[in-house]
Ligand binder design. Structure first.
Ligand SMILES: [Zn+2]
Length: 358
């Protein structure tokens, strides 16, 4: 869990994934034959096939290995500084979709240097307007728009203007915490997938032999429209693309059961379709059969709206068979994203088992 904690506490909004990329690079040493960063910033790590020697001692099969691209996005929803006013308050532009109902009274970090965490500035984000004691009854009912929110760094305006510039990354601040049988934090979407990919490859590496060639892509700018996955897939031209991501888990009060998408603790979610892609049927069935054989808890799911990197990989170049392996996540796109440890481990185990036989 130490690695997951490091991953969720490292800020990286779309276009500012530098620190996350550096952390992942430091964690994958020895697992891959080739590691490179593409023009958009996606980290591409290639593990070549390690075929079994033929029985009877012949040389391994010369058959071209299946090229599998895994896509786990590194970016998180966040903000960029849009304006610094004369009193030193910051206004922000969202990068990724926020529900502003979750943006009251938040601690934030403003990151003026994308490579240097020591220069990060703590701040608070609040809607402008009067406190509840003196607000009118109508004002109290209003949900603020993003334009109403301002960041206070607790510093004189001159100092703010010296330290902060337009375009600086801003992220919400929240701890990583074990809660019952779950782990809770900000940006479990999608650092859990980065964790799942790294841990699945560690498992695969222990098994020594596998027939497929794995291209693990830690993609950029997913939250603003699956941008990094598309260009990476165009270069790789995979036979099979597997996106690993979070999905809705609305088995919570106030949501009818037909809208829950997944159930917490019931295992890895095999996504039949979402707003960006329909899973290749043979891949979906292959994942399901591997899950059954390896006795890994799993559930099918359909996400009516929203999509994953699979949507971009499927349609890059001449196209690929794609599938999304999802981890059920309650309270998605808040700083209290909650993931059951059974589901997290099931995603890791199923991905490793799939790759071992692909
Ligand atoms: Zn995501």
């Amino acid at each position: 869990m130490k690695l997951l904690e490091q991953l969720v506490l490292t800020p990286g909004v779309p276009g500012r994934e530098h620190r996350v990329r550096k952390l992942i690079q430091s964690q994958v040493k020895g697992l891959f034959d080739e590691v490179r960063t593409d023009a958009l910033g996606s980290l591409i790590c290639v593990r070549k096939a390690r075929p079994k020697p033929r029985s009877g001692g012949g040389s391994p099969s010369k058959k071209k290995p299946l090229r599998v691209m895994l896509a786990a996005h590194m970016d998180q929803i966040g903000f960029m500084v849009r304006h610094i006013d004369d009193n030193g308050f910051l206004r922000v532009n969202a990068v990724g979709g926020f529900d502003t109902r979750n943006l009251f009274a938040r601690l934030v970090s403003v990151c003026p240097d994308v490579n240097d965490p020591k220069k990060d500035l703590p701040g608070v984000m609040n809607p402008g307007g009067k406190p509840v004691h003196i607000a009118s009854p109508e004002d109290r009912k209003k949900v603020p728009e993003l334009e109403d929110l301002a960041i206070d760094l607790g510093l004189p305006a001159a100092q703010v203007k010296k330290k902060v510039k337009l375009g600086d990354m801003v992220v919400l601040q929240a701890p990583f915490q074990k809660v019952g049988q779950t782990v809770v934090s900000q940006c479990m979407d999608n650092r859990i997938a980065c964790w799942v990919v790294i841990e699945a490859i560690k498992k695969l590496a222990k098994a020594k032999h596998h027939s497929c060639e794995v291209h693990c892509v830690f993609t950029v700018q997913e939250e603003v429209g699956l941008r990094g996955a598309g260009t990476a897939a165009y270069g790789i031209e995979p036979d099979v693309g597997v996106a690993i991501d979070t999905t809705l888990c609305c088995d919570t009060p106030g949501v009818p059961s037909e809208l829950r998408v997944t159930e917490q603790g019931q295992g890895a979610a095999l996504t039949v379709m979402d707003g960006a892609s329909i899973a290749d049927l043979s891949l979906l069935e292959e994942f399901e059969s591997v899950a059954k054989k390896s006795k890994t808890p799993h559930q099918r799911s359909i996400l009516p709206r929203g999509g994953t990197d699979a949507g971009a990989v499927q349609r890059a170049a001449a196209g690929a068979r794609t599938f999304t392996l999802s981890c059920p996540t309650r309270y998605i796109h808040t700083v209290t994203e909650m993931v059951h440890q059974t589901d997290l481990n099931a995603c890791r185990d199923l991905l490793a088992a799939y790759l071992a036989q692909a």
